[in-house]
Design a binder for this molecule. Structure first.
Ligand SMILES: [Zn+2]
Length: 55
């Protein structure tokens, strides 16, 4: 399997505002990539810094 480094039609990766890590474009974000600012639902829900603490 070749690496997916430069696949046509895929936007560049972004940096999660919560955990600060880069995350790649996903199919589920195809329609709302412009609005996506977090890498996952957990990061989107709360501003987690170091570690996730569920109640
Ligand atoms: Zn994140």
């Amino acid at each position: 399997m070749p690496p997916v480094s430069s696949r046509a039609g895929q936007p560049a990766a972004k940096i999660c505002e919560t955990c600060g890590r880069p995350y790649a474009w996903r199919k589920k974000w195809a329609r709302c990539w412009n609005e996506v600012r977090y890498c996952s639902d957990a990061c989107r829900r709360g501003r987690l810094r170091h570690g996730f603490k569920p109640r």
